[in-house]
Write a protein that binds this ligand. Structure first.
Ligand SMILES: [Zn+2]
Length: 361
């Protein structure tokens, strides 16, 4: 083999290698370009407006809803932009939101979601506090992408300067958790109306424990055998009262609506006491939590005796495993307390005949 031949061969190899590199580079450029152009579209859309919804990954209805929600947030004075993107290009969603926010040089809160259900936000609040808030409301479990963005926006925007105690966050968390899908809460309310809304949310949270206690009693009664016609009628009434109370309390947005729910709870508790009398089970209406799991009456009747009171099977098992049992929390004047320490709402334990004074807190 001559020297010339070696050089020639080497040149040949170099040439084919160059070709391969060129092809690789071109496809890399193609990929990057596709991502860059989506990124450019997102940045452009968020620079001129408050929303971006990927037309490939989301429906036109979602886009419309997101735009309407952003307009509503703007009307409420919230500085927030909403983005539903196809992908975060491999970035963790909070990191992506932070990167996008700095690319936009945006001082407000930017909320981002993907078709996979992940949702994150970046704004003036710390990433950890926003992450905790989103976790607490279960934002990533909300199936509808527009609703997901809206809930995330609600809990990740900073509290208004006139409160600044973090109470708003707590109330929102509890309220949203109680309402489940009723993310529409508070829409259209002005800031000065927040206080009234917060109060309704607190009352609802407290009342809900009594509704659950009534539900547990309805189950206890329904499983009792040897029911006479009279007992059966009462048991059915308790069930009906519980269903009505559940609907009224879950959907109640005003104090009068909650008062109606409370009236159903009271009626149900007293019918349960009478039915219990006929069936040989003590269900005192004046003490609606008696003999129900002390951790949360919603857990159902006593299965074991704990140090602090009756326990359901699950709680007894957790205690056995060395886990700490934390009683159900409700908000009273913005502070989370055990449900047992909350004032009785709307006098639900007062006999129906007596003048049911509304107990305020
Ligand atoms: Zn329990």
């Amino acid at each position: 083999m001559t020297l010339r031949a070696v050089i020639g061969d080497g040149r040949m190899r170099a040439a084919s290698l160059m070709a391969v590199i060129a092809v690789l580079a071109l496809s890399a450029v193609g990929l990057a370009e596709a991502q860059t152009s989506e990124h450019a579209r997102i940045v452009a859309a968020l620079r001129t407006g408050n929303t971006y919804v990927s037309p490939i990954a989301f429906s036109a209805t979602t886009a419309q809803q997101v735009r309407a929600d952003a307009a509503e947030l703007l009307k409420q004075g919230e500085k927030v932009k909403l983005a539903a993107v196809q992908s975060t290009g491999g970035l963790e969603i909070f990191a992506y939101a932070a990167q996008l926010r700095s690319a936009l040089k945006y001082s407000g809160t930017l909320v981002v979601t993907t078709p996979h259900g992940t949702v994150g936000a970046a704004g003036s609040r710390s990433e950890l506090s926003v992450q905790n808030a989103l976790l607490a409301v279960g934002a990533d479990r909300v199936v509808d992408p527009a609703a997901r963005l809206l809930i995330a926006a609600q809990v990740s925007t900073p509290p208004p300067s006139d409160t600044g105690t973090g109470i708003r966050d707590l109330v929102l968390l509890v309220g949203l958790a109680l309402l489940g899908g009723a993310f529409a809460i508070g829409w259209g309310l002005r800031r000065e109306e927040h206080r009234a809304r917060d109060r309704v949310m607190e009352l609802r949270g407290i009342l809900k424990v009594y509704v659950d206690a009534l539900g547990a009693r309805a189950v206890v009664l329904a499983t009792r055998a040897n029911q006479t016609t009279a007992a059966r009628a009462l048991v059915e009434a308790v069930h009906a009262y519980h269903v009505a109370a559940l609907a009224l309390v879950d959907h109640g947005l005003t104090e009068p609506e909650l008062a109606e729910g409370a009236a159903s709870v009271r009626g149900g508790l007293y019918d349960a006491e009478r039915a219990g009398g006929l069936l040989g089970v003590e269900l005192p209406a004046a003490d609606p939590f008696a003999d129900l799991c002390v951790v949360d009456p919603a857990h159902g009747p006593r299965v074991h005796d704990g140090e602090d009171g009756p326990l359901c099977a699950d709680c007894a098992e957790q205690l056995e495993a060395g886990q700490e049992l934390v009683p159900r929390r409700v908000l009273v004047a913005g502070q989370p307390v055990s449900y047992r320490d909350a004032p009785v709402p709307y006098g639900v334990t007062t006999p129906p005949g007596a003048s049911a004074a509304r107990v305020r807190h």
